[in-house]
Design a protein around this ligand. Structure first.
Ligand code: NDP
Length: 242
């Protein structure tokens, strides 16, 4: 890489986000690891990526909080001037049958994914336009493409992010910016700690749940110039679930 390239990974300290942070740092990006509550994990992720020869920092903000995110991104841009790669990875579940779903569980899940995408991506976009370069990768889910019992809120958020990504891809393609989606299936993180892996694996063509690193490699590919002709795309990392 000819000049410093900078990546921001929301929720980059744990689970899939941690694997993405490590992978992008290994690929040479200065990697900004965002977290909301998991300071220790985020700092450990940064320490690990530095130990592996990379560079980065941990930054705390809640992507669902517009004012806090705006202030944090402004501060980042003051120091770094631009961000080349944004990975909107932060996400939460609040599962339950729709008929019984508390309003708060509906809003919490949608606001983390959809408001989070807006709060994080919008202030970074104009810098990308000015540089005529950028790659935005949004993490959806097989739940957003297939649907899943007990996840009406999560499916709505994860399907919504696909629509947003496709529209934004069309808007910014002429400015040299690509927008893509990675939709993981069942991946071994805290998010699915209550899922019985053996049971779920029976419904996955490749016969097992996935590893965070397998999602991270797909993200690294889409972030890179190797994916220079790919935008508005949804890459399923699901072991064949479709
Ligand atoms: P984890 O529960 O392991 O981690 C969630 C991450 O999101 C944490 O880093 C957390 O930060 C961060 N986060 C949550 N809310 C916020 C917020 N408001 N602001 C900033 N960060 C936040 O989940 P996974 O790693 O499994 O999930 C990562 C992404 O992948 C999510 O978007 C998820 O929906 C998606 N996904 C996961 C699948 C799976 O099977 N695991 C399948 C399909 C999609 P903190 O540590 O600070 O709490």
């Amino acid at each position: 890489m000819d000049e410093k390239r900078i990546a921001l990974v929301t929720g980059g300290g744990r689970g899939i986000g941690r694997a993405i942070s490590l992978e992008l740092a290994r690929a040479g990006y200065y990697t900004i690891v965002n977290y909301r509550a998991g300071k220790e994990s985020a700092e450990k992720t940064v320490a690990d990526l530095v130990a592996a020869g990379g560079q980065g920092e941990a930054v705390c903000f809640d992507v669902a909080d517009g004012a806090a995110t705006k202030a944090a991104i402004a501060e980042l841009l003051k120091r770094h001037k631009w961000v080349d790669v944004v990975v909107n990875n932060a996400g939460v579940t609040a599962d339950g049958m729709f008929a019984m779903m508390p309003e708060n569980d509906w809003h919490k899940v949608l606001s983390t994914t959809l408001d989070g995408f807006y709060h994080v991506t919008k202030p970074l976009l104009m810098r990308m336009v000015a540089r005529k370069r950028g790659s935005i990768i949004n993490i959806s889910s097989v739940s957003g493409t297939l649907g899943n019992r007990g996840q009406v809120n999560y499916s709505a958020a994860k399907a919504g992010i696909i629509g947003a990504s496709r529209s934004l891809a069309a808007e910014v393609a002429g400015h040299g910016i690509r927008v893509n989606v990675v939709a993981p299936g069942f991946i071994d993180t805290d998010m699915i700690k209550d899922v019985k892996a053996d049971e779920v694996a029976k419904h996955i063509p490749l016969g097992r749940i996935g590893r965070p690193e397998e999602v991270a490699k797909a993200v690294r590919f889409l972030a890179s110039d190797d994916a220079s002709y790919i935008t508005g795309n949804v890459l399923m990392v699901t072991g064949g679930m479709a």
